[in-house]
Design a protein around this ligand. Structure first.
Ligand code: HEC
Length: 172
């Protein structure tokens, strides 16, 4: 089922390899969310291009908020709380596929910082999205262990994956 979903919705990549059994539930939940989106034709997902732009920004912001809370504890700005880290990492991971469902046709103009390269270099954009989701999944697995060192190690690559995409695909 997951394989099929990823083929039908190119912007969403729930086929992240999961070795940890505990992760399976989360990935399945993410796939169900993705599946609900993938089941609708792109044009029917959002009534207007503005709605898609609003949605993807909102999804990025929610993801960034929870990712930031993990970061605050990973780098010691906020006292470490294993349960809070695990909860925030899980939410960020759940959110991580969602923005990419909202970069459909006609959403390149308007109140957006997305560069034209999102559409002219679609494969590269999707690869950058997949890379970020992969690193986020590793961070989530680390967060579940409650081991601060593992969380610190896993945090950096996620931030780098965000930055790599922003540098190329998002306007200043
Ligand atoms: C595959 C590319 C890609 C990746 C990976 C990515 N982003 Fe973005 N992000 C974008 C694009 C494109 C926009 C601009 C969206 C728009 O303005 O329509 C954006 C916008 C944002 C915004 C601003 C939303 C707004 O209100 O304007 C935030 C916050 C954000 N991203 C956070 C993150 C974080 C945190 C990560 C990593 C955990 C991340 N992004 C990973 C492409 C990416």
């Amino acid at each position: 089922m997951i394989e099929k979903l990823s083929a039908s919705e190119a912007f969403i990549n729930p086929t992240i390899v999961v070795e940890n059994a505990g992760m399976k539930k989360l990935i399945l939940a993410a796939a169900v969310v993705s599946g609900l989106i993938a089941a609708l034709p792109a044009a029917a997902q959002f009534q207007k291009p503005e709605d898609a732009i609003k949605y993807r920004k909102a999804a990025f912001n929610v993801m960034a908020t929870h990712f930031g809370r993990v970061g605050a504890m990973a780098n010691g700005r906020v006292p470490f709380d294993a349960k809070a880290v695990a909860q925030n990492a899980e939410i960020a991971t759940m959110m991580s596929p969602l923005p990419y469902s909202a970069f459909g046709e006609g959403t390149d103009k308007g109140d957006t910082k997305a560069k034209p390269e999102v559409w002219t270099e679609g494969d590269k954009f999707r690869a950058a999205a997949a890379k970020m989701q992969e690193e986020m999944t590793k961070l989530n697995a680390a967060a579940k262990t409650g081991n601060l060192d593992a969380i610190k190690t896993a945090f950096g690559p996620v931030g780098q994956a965000c930055k790599a995409c922003h540098d190329h695909f998002r306007k200043e």
